[in-house]
Design a protein around this ligand. Structure first.
Ligand SMILES: Nc1nc2c(c(=O)[nH]1)N[C@H]1C(S)=C(S)[C@@H](COP(=O)(O)OP(=O)(O)OC[C@H]3O[C@@H](n4cnc5c(=O)[nH]c(N)nc54)[C@H](O)[C@@H]3O)O[C@H]1N2
Ligand SMILES: Nc1nc2c(c(=O)[nH]1)N[C@H]1C(S)=C(S)[C@@H](COP(=O)(O)OP(=O)(O)OC[C@H]3O[C@@H](n4cnc5c(=O)[nH]c(N)nc54)[C@H](O)[C@@H]3O)O[C@H]1N2
Ligand code: SF4
Ligand SMILES: [Mo]
Length: 766
């Protein structure tokens, strides 16, 4: 393995006196500068985890400096450069709060003893009456591995409840399951630095330019080397505008396009027969499944012109090295797993997976979205990516934790199922940390009812979130750079977060609060941790021998190597940047094809709801926005949500940019500004999801989930849009289920043009 050594400049490590690099500002001399520390660390936001230095002066974080880490080489996006402003922010929560006088009463300041004793007393009472599983933990993946690991252990050992899950359920569960089944390991098979080696990039359902801006640097390098670029997205995103081919797919219909591409590749004789024979299983069934998907059938289902699909199949199929990058556009779907398999099928048929610069790469979203799903905070999982139903795994983890194996609970409810159990009264209290359910879960009106049913709802956060507003107990925590630990980025690279400040006021680090709760529950002996490093060392042991084996990763090795890719089972292993080079991780060493059938989304347009509404992100905000909506520059760039609508659709409805419009779905309505733009399909609407209360698009989204992994269908539901001065139809809307564009009433603005809806590509109308 070659390790990139040029990232680390020892002269810039801790205790570094700031050196003036340019001309000092007028009136300043070097002598005026206060001594500063540069703390090497990483951004807290997306899964890239860009390296950065935090500038620390007079005991607080005062800025950021570039850090030449292997995967970001000094670059940061607009969120990264202001992340540090969370430290010392006036909105920080600095003391615990308890709600007094019932659910309608106010949250008032409390001491830690009052708050934690209250929680523990309530929990004991609930568990005595309703059983251990009546308390749930809803965790998150923006935390370090150490904290994510601790939450799984806390639920199962301190609360002895099986109900623990986390927000990655809403994020990576489709691709995680798809890769685990197809390749045997749920991890991107290669590092980002491989991207420039490819000859053809197929970008499926990711707005990489806004969501993974630093990946773009590697994509431009591939382009500089002559790589072709194909983008599948209902919107002409920034990356789509530079692509050789943009396939403006109707939301929820990618399988039609991807299957047609596979069929064409076979007809063109481009399947890598030797690779398929030696390294895979299941080709024949997968091949048979795509036969019905002629380019014309695919056009009818997806709205992408047949000739564009053909062109894409040939551009992709003829490349010696090709790489598929995929994101939420295909994963946030009731058939998200299958859509990911449509991608792995393509790459396997072309013999790409396991080769440098080739194959498929899921783009894991959250900062620790990869590590957070390996260390045991998932409902069905134990540390090391072990199955909670596997007797051997149970015995090993019970031995590491020092509990009898019979005490280890089994599989619990997934995040989306928990909401139903809360609404039904089966879950009576929940500890929520690192998640903002009142913005991020679909059909918020139901989520609100579910959360209000809890007594107590306990929320750990560092800013008052829309979810914390409903809490009975709010516990103030640290932001990322007020603690240390590790995260695992979207490449599978384990990196080290270093502390640059202390938590403000009475705020405590998440792991300290959790260990304190465990002590008060009488389970302190299992949570003796005095530092994040002690948790890390137990995590390493717990992962030993598992799929995600971290045993050989020490904090020192991470710093020395510029991160360590798991699996890294031994002290002398350098880690594994590229997976599957010789064999896949299934016992027979072979990858799996899966037959994939086209299925409509749970809700398709029709009746009063002629549009497909899709949702997603913009570069300026992060997830529920609870962190970024407070940072001046980011807020000023995108202070409120908007709805994107195509000029032709807008014209028919009399809508202009900045008009107030009402967007309705069978679940509710919201009023927001319109943005008329030709970069979206005329039958599709887009709203960013980063906003709360009546600005939250999840008031409208469909709570339907993928039956295997329970990920919600955030990317498509049926919707209507009108100017606010237009009175919406009074009659109750018919249910949308099973309505298709074919049986949509003729009043449907685009039905007159026949289905699929007309689409403009590069000025030409199709
Ligand atoms: N700025 C910013 N960056 C982020 C985040 C953030 O909140 N803000 N969040 C991070 C996280 S947790 C995640 S999961 C990632 C998500 O990263 P992405 O997956 O890139 O983000 P999204 O905006 O959710 O959706 C991506 C694209 O899918 C398209 N799309 C919608 N429906 C379909 C469809 O049916 N088919 C296809 N092919 N495309 C479709 C949308 O138009 C959109 O351009 O971003 C990470 N990075
Ligand atoms: N409509 C629609 N909905 C979506 C999506 C979509 O594309 N469309 N995307 C989905 C996806 S991919 C995701 S990942 C989810 C994300 O949804 P959430 O996880 O609910 O969103 P976050 O904003 O990350 O919530 C994190 C909360 O925890 C706090 N926090 C951050 N770090 C820490 C920490 O270290 N400790 C503690 N205690 N608190 C912390 C933040 O202040 C914030 O309030 O949203 C999903 N929801
Ligand atoms: S690309 Fe991601 S990790 Fe890098 S600075 Fe931006 S948000 Fe942070
Ligand atoms: Mo995500």
């Amino acid at each position: 393995m070659s390790v990139n050594k040029d990232f680390f400049d020892p002269s810039r490590a801790y205790n570094y006196d700031f050196e003036a690099t340019g001309t000092p500002a007028v009136g300043w001399t070097d002598a005026d500068r206060l001594p500063e520390l540069l703390v090497p660390t990483h951004c807290c936001f997306c899964g890239i985890q860009c390296g950065m230095y935090l500038r620390v002066g007079e005991g607080t974080v005062i800025g950021v400096e570039p850090r030449n880490f292997p995967h970001n080489r000094g670059h940061l996006c607009p969120k990264g450069v202001v992340a540090y402003q969370q430290v010392g922010h006036p909105d920080r929560l600095t003391y615990p709060m308890l709600r007094v006088g019932g659910k309608a009463g106010p949250l008032v300041r409390a001491s830690w003893d009052e708050a934690l004793d209250y929680v523990v007393e309530r929990w004991r009472d609930i568990q005595a009456r309703h059983g251990n599983d009546a308390i749930a933990v809803y965790s998150g993946s923006s935390m370090t591995n150490e904290k994510c690991y601790l939450m799984g252990k806390f639920a199962r050992v301190a609360l002895r409840s099986r109900n623990v899950d986390y927000n990655g359920r809403l994020c990576m569960s489709s691709s995680a399951y798809a890769y685990a089944k197809a390749f045997g390991i749920d991890r991107a098979p290669l590092p980002m630095t491989d991207i420039p080696l490819t000859e053809c990039l197929l970008v499926v359902g990711t707005n990489a330019s806004e969501c993974f801006p630093i990946v773009m640097d590697w994509i431009w390098r591939a382009r500089d080397n002559g790589a072709n670029l194909i983008v599948l997205d209902p919107r002409q995103t920034a990356i789509a505008r530079t692509a050789d081919l943009w396939l403006p797919v109707k939301p929820g219909t990618d399988v039609a396009v991807l299957n047609a591409m596979l069929r064409q590749i076979d007809y063109d004789g481009l399947v890598d027969r030797a690779y398929v024979a030696e390294r895979t299983v299941g080709w024949e069934a997968a091949r048979a499944a795509v036969e019905p998907y002629t380019p014309e059938v695919a056009e009818r289902l997806s709205g992408v012109p047949a000739e564009t699909i053909l062109a894409a199949a040939r551009l992709y199929g003829r490349a010696t090295r090709s790489l598929i990058l995929h994101g939420k556009g295909i994963e946030h779907s009731t058939h998200g797993v299958q859509q990911c398999w449509a991608c792995t099928n393509l790459a396997l048929a072309r013999g790409q997976v396991g080769k440098p610069g080739s194959g498929t790469m899921m783009l894991t979203g959250q900062g620790n979205g990869q590590g957070g799903r390996e260390v045991g905070q998932k409902a069905n999982q134990l540390p090391g990516y072990r199955s909670i139903e596997d007797p051997e795994a149970r015995a090993y983890i019970a031995s590491v934790w020092g509990i009898p194996v019979e005490e280890l609970p089994g599989e619990g409810a997934s995040a989306t199922e928990m909401v139903r159990l809360m609404a039904d009264g089966e879950i009576r209290s929940c500890l929520v940390l690192c998640s903002n359910l009142m913005v991020s879960l679909p059909e918020i009106s139901i989520v609100r009812k579910a959360l209000q049913n809890l007594d107590p709802l306990v929320v750990m956060d560092f800013f008052m979130s829309e979810t914390a507003e409903l809490a009975d107990v709010v516990l103030p925590t640290s932001v990322w750079c007020e603690d240390e630990g590790t995260t695992t980025n979207l490449e599978g690279r384990v990196i080290k977060i270093n502390a640059a400040a202390e938590p403000p006021g009475e705020a405590r680090r998440d792991w300290q609060i959790v260990c304190d709760l465990a002590r008060r529950l009488g389970r302190g002996e299992f949570f003796p941790f005095r530092s994040a490093r002690e948790i890390w060392d137990e995590l390493r042991l717990a992962s030993k021998g598992g799929i995600a084996d971290y045993y050989g990763i020490t904090w020192e090795k991470i710093e020395a190597q510029g991160g360590v890719f798991w699996p890294c089972p031994t002290a002398d292993s350098p880690g594994t940047p590229r997976l599957f080079t010789d064999r896949f991780a299934h016992p027979d060493g072979r990858a799996r094809f899966f037959p994939v059938e086209f299925e409509n989304p749970a809700e398709t347009p029709g009746g009063d709801f002629p549009f497909r509404l899709t949702t997603g992100r913009v570069v300026y905000h992060y997830l529920s926005g609870n962190q970024t909506r407070r940072l001046g520059f980011l807020k000023s760039q995108a202070p409120e949500p908007w709805v994107e609508i195509h000029p032709r659709a807008a014209e028919r409805l009399g809508i202009r940019t900045d008009d107030q419009v009402r967007v309705r779905t069978p679940r509710g309505a919201m009023v927001l500004k319109a943005l008329v733009t030709a970069t979206i399909r005329p039958d599709t609407l887009f709203i960013p999801f980063h906003y709360g209360h009546d600005e939250a698009v999840n008031q409208l989204t469909n709570p339907a989930v993928n039956p295997i992994v329970k990920i919600p269908e955030y990317k498509v539901c049926a919707a209507a849009i009108e100017r606010v001065d237009v009175v919406p139809p009074v009659a109750a809307a018919p249910p949308c289920e099973n309505l298709t564009p074919d049986n949509a009433p003729k009043a449907f603005p685009y039905a007159a043009r026949g289905t699929p809806a007309a689409v403009e590509v590069e000025g030409k109308e199709y």
